[in-house]
Write a protein that binds this ligand. Structure first.
Ligand SMILES: [Zn+2]
Length: 297
């Protein structure tokens, strides 16, 4: 993605990996009718989506966004990370060129002033730390890391059925706290504020207990960094459908609808965490649902 300039704010995308998976494994309940409607405005043209949900796939794009604003460099979400033991084969012991992609975007780890995690799932916190002589240390030595209090309290309790995220808590959150670089914040925390604009969190609970969106505006168009409010464009049509890994599917669906409506009403430029290839765009109302207009990256 080319950097996107929004007033005093510039947004960069740093890619980590793409992870393909059967569509119905992630979004059970998608129908052939939903896919037919999706094809009206979504044409990836690579055979991922067929007319039949049972033979369709989706690919998770996994990336960070880096915001430059008023002399601060803020990273939103930190992907999966390298060399981490995970019970999920797709992300076990990764060795990606994420830090090379960060460098090609123009940043060294030491340049990052602030890390904001939308929530504490393994694919949003992984590069918080890197392996150094057998020890997990903060990847971004000069950064403060903001973690939402609710997710922190939840994963501190090693909850049942959350194995991959519990693993990530131990190797990607605890070492940051031990290093004194982690700050626990409320889910409406303001990270940066100038008169009339800034960068801040808003609660978007459901996918995880303390899931947030990140908002940014600095003398230009307003942006929303969606985190995991939505995973695939078909959820614009079926915002009511649960995603397989929503902690509270009913709450996540309500949050998705509310956030989509807000994006329409406020004409927000949207930065989704998991749309692959081109991801940035604007939500439009479309009858009883929504559609997405992509912005060229
Ligand atoms: Zn995610």
């Amino acid at each position: 993605m080319q950097p996107i300039k929004l007033g005093r704010m510039t947004v960069h995308k740093v890619h980590e990996m793409d992870s393909p998976t059967p569509l119905l494994a992630q979004l059970p309940g998608v129908t052939a009718g939903d896919l037919a409607r999706l094809k009206g405005w979504y044409r990836p043209d690579d055979g991922e989506l067929t007319d039949d949900p049972a033979t369709s796939h989706m690919t998770f794009g996994i990336h960070s966004f880096v915001i430059e604003v008023d002399g601060q460099t803020i990273m939103v979400d930190t992907c999966c990370g390298n060399h981490k033991n995970r019970g999920l084969p797709e992300v076990h012991q990764l060795d990606t060129d994420y830090l090379g992609n960060l460098a090609r975007a123009g940043f060294a780890p030491a340049d990052i002033d602030l890390v904001m995690c939308t929530h504490l799932h393994f694919d949003h916190v992984g590069w918080n730390t890197r392996l150094d002589n057998g020890k997990w240390v903060p990847t971004f030595p000069n950064a403060k890391y903001l973690f939402g209090q609710r997710d922190y309290d939840y994963f501190l309790g090693n909850p049942a059925g959350e194995d991959f995220h519990n693993e990530a808590f131990l190797d990607s959150i605890v070492p940051v706290m031990d290093a004194g670089q982690g700050i626990l914040v409320d889910e409406d925390h303001v990270a940066h504020r100038q008169i009339g604009d800034g960068v801040w969190l808003e609660a978007a609970f459901g996918h995880s207990p303390g899931c947030c969106t990140v908002h940014g505006q600095a003398g230009g168009e307003a942006a929303i960094f969606w985190g995991d409010v939505i995973h695939h464009p078909v959820q614009m049509i079926r915002y009511d459908l649960p995603f397989a890994f929503d902690a509270d599917p009913a709450a996540a669906s309500l949050t998705r609808q509310r956030v989509m409506n807000k994006a329409v009403d406020e004409d927000l430029l949207c930065f989704p965490a998991h749309f692959r290839l081109n991801s940035v765009g604007k939500v439009r109302a479309d009858g009883d649902a929504f559609r997405y207009d992509w912005v060229a990256e």
